[in-house]
Design a protein around this ligand. Structure first.
Ligand code: SF4
Length: 195
């Protein structure tokens, strides 16, 4: 099985609950959505076999990977996550939630969903909502639909301008009316100038 790999790189997770965790990111190419503010260049790729992916990730002294995109679930991820599990990696997955990946959950340690469209994956460890003019009704709706341990709001980033103040105000509003705890997730890697 070959995968369309956009890039493999080592960094610190910049977002959400696992902020600061050392991980090797495996970025798969392509996405099923076209968010106008998408800032990830995920289209280009080289085809890599499982063994070649393993050679790449083994270059780093790190036992954790995060599979991301684009949208990784447009690919058949089962052989990849099974393989990584056999190699005893901690596996995180970042997805927009449009595809149901319940059948993969036994292999994956941490699922972060960032819904932008209709969501079919309704269980996650973490939900991250990009504050693209969202309101408390939308957040309450997401809470009802997606069961998660952690709920985060992320400022939208348009060419380096982030609506942090508006996102903090929304955070205040949702935490007044929700029985979940919402937190802000800043993309710390951008502030730190790392990938
Ligand atoms: S779902 Fe994510 S990767 Fe896909 S277009 Fe939207 S922001 Fe970009």
């Amino acid at each position: 099985m070959n995968y369309k790999i956009n890039e493999i790189f080592f960094s610190l997770q910049g977002e959400g609950f696992n902020q600061g965790k050392k991980v090797v990111f495996i970025r798969l190419s392509g996405c099923n959505l076209k968010c106008e503010w998408c800032d990830t260049k995920h289209d280009s790729y080289k085809l890599l076999s499982l063994e070649n992916i393993y050679i790449e990730i083994s270059k780093y002294d790190c036992r954790s990977v995060i599979i991301t995109g684009g949208e990784p679930t447009i690919h058949n991820l089962e052989p990849l996550v099974k393989f990584l599990k056999q190699k005893q990696y901690w596996i995180g997955l970042e997805s927009n939630g449009t595809n149901n990946i319940a059948h993969l959950s036994k292999y994956i340690n941490y699922i972060a969903i960032s819904p932008k469209s209709e969501t079919r994956q309704l269980i996650a460890n973490e939900v991250r909502i990009v504050n693209d003019n969202v309101d408390t009704n939308k957040l309450l709706d997401i809470e009802r639909k997606i069961t998660a341990k952690e709920y985060y709001l992320s400022p939208i980033d348009i060419s380096g301008n982030m609506n942090i103040k508006e996102t903090m105000e929304l955070l205040g509003d949702i935490n007044e009316i929700s029985n979940k705890i919402w937190r802000i997730s800043l993309q710390l890697h951008k502030f730190a100038g790392i990938e």
